[in-house]
Design a protein around this ligand. Structure first.
Ligand SMILES: *Cc1c(COP(=O)(O)O)cnc(C)c1O
Length: 405
């Protein structure tokens, strides 16, 4: 038998085919090598594994269930739709899966502090939660504009004990927050671990974050086999950086008969600035320390992007997703803002589950696909998070439909 896929990618330098790697200022080469060495040692260490498993079970509430969306499936009138319920993971999304593990790694590395940037604040909240649990300091950099826009998440981070540092230069959003956090990291790496929020950034982060998220796919495969006594025909996840997608895909990559689809945000349209569909409309290039497919403007700088779901509003994509797409193992679908709102309300009213707007992109594509498939086919969707964070924005901009509409 050949090796399981996950053991074959990335290579020693962190390349998935030609994508990935580590394109860094020389000063950061040593600290990143130290992180990788420790990670390679801990991933097979029974003490580390036992602690992580215990945290997942007794603190996060894993395994999360798989729910059969009976009403939604009947509404669509075709394939059966199942949901992997990462909305029930502590803090309400999949991000805590890698944040708990990253902060544990920081603890085993003897670091005192974890550091990150955040856009909408979701990664900041998950990291602040993990830091509180493990008793480490937490510093989150966030653009001044985003701080005003994402007030509840800023308050959450502060309640959890994190320091929120505003990025006050340039456009005062995510890019400036990355610059600001990286600046601090270059001066403080001796006692600080930089924690990346998705399967992006320089090696070894895409590898580590994928492996920390793969629990979602491993659980899902076992649970699905128990429920249906066969594998799903389709597995679907929304793609921003790609961590929830790589998490659930990890359970099924070696099963060639399972179709794996990442759903990208087409926002308001196909023009640059109207969407954040990097794999669909982007080109190869280097950004944020890694080589992948990305959206750039005429100067080669990260292009402006738009999605109603801020968590998937990113001008690039993780290198592994770019690789799997290039070899045809995964495929991409699109969902625009309006379709995601429709799916948001449909799942709420038919199943009693309010999804995150990010996850609603995956639901929208699943609904479209289900209608075209016979009833004996099955679709498994990664419901990456719950939608509490989105409710005010949604009802202010899109009136609540009557249940029958
Ligand atoms: C952050 C976020 C995403 C997007 O991140 P990926 O790394 O692409 O998974 C998706 N869903 C939710 C709920 C999120 O918070």
């Amino acid at each position: 038998m050949s090796k399981p896929y996950l053991e074959t990618q990335p290579d020693k330098k962190g390349f998935f085919g030609k994508y990935g790697g580590a394109f860094l200022p020389p000063i950061l080469e040593k600290p990143l090598a130290e992180i990788e060495e420790k990670y390679q040692q801990l991933k097979d260490d029974p003490v580390f594994i036992a602690e992580l498993n215990s945290v997942r079970k007794h603190y996060q509430g894993r395994p999360t269930p798989i729910s059969y969306a009976k009403n939604l499936s009947e509404y669509c009138g075709g394939a059966k739709i199942y949901l992997k319920r990462e909305d029930l993971n502590h803090t309400g999304a999949h991000k805590l899966n890698h944040c708990m593990a990253e902060v544990m790694l920081a603890k085993y590395l003897g670091k005192k502090k974890v550091l990150a940037e955040t856009g909408a604040g979701q990664h900041g909240v998950a990291l602040a939660t993990a830091a509180a649990y493990f008793g480490l300091e937490c510093e989150i950099h966030m653009g001044e504009v985003d701080i005003k826009k994402e007030h509840p998440n800023v308050v959450r981070m502060k309640i959890l004990g994190a320091t929120v540092v505003p990025a006050t230069h340039g456009l005062k959003t995510l890019k400036e927050a990355v610059d600001s956090a990286f600046g601090v990291y270059m001066e403080t790496y001796e006692d600080t671990l930089f924690c990346v929020g998705s399967v992006v950034g320089p090696h070894p982060f895409p590898l580590m974050v994928r492996n920390f998220q793969s629990i979602v796919g491993f659980e899902a495969k076992e649970q699905f086999l128990e429920l249906e006594e066969k594998l799903p025909n389709h597995v679907i996840a929304c793609v921003g950086g790609g961590s929830n997608a790589m998490g659930i895909f990890s359970g099924f990559i070696d099963d060639d008969e399972v179709v794996l689809t990442g759903v990208e945000p087409e926002g308001k349209g196909k023009k640059i600035g109207e969407h954040a569909a990097s794999l669909t409309y982007g080109e190869e290039g280097i950004m944020h320390g890694f080589n992948s497919i990305m959206l750039t403007d005429e100067e080669g700088e990260p292009a402006p992007v738009h999605s109603i779901a801020s968590g998937i509003n990113y001008p690039s994509v993780g290198p592994e997703q770019a690789y799997l797409n290039s070899i045809g193992r995964t495929q991409v679908a699109l969902c625009n803002d309006d379709e995601s709102i429709d799916a948001f309300y449909k799942l709420s009213q038919l199943e009693g589950i309010i999804p995150a707007l990010e996850s609603a992109h995956a639901i929208a594509y699943a609904m479209k696909l289900a209608k075209t498939l016979p009833k004996d086919q099955t679709i498994l969707v990664n419901l990456s998070g719950r939608g509490d964070k989105d409710i005010d924005f949604v009802v202010e901009n899109y009136p609540i439909p009557k249940h029958s509409e």
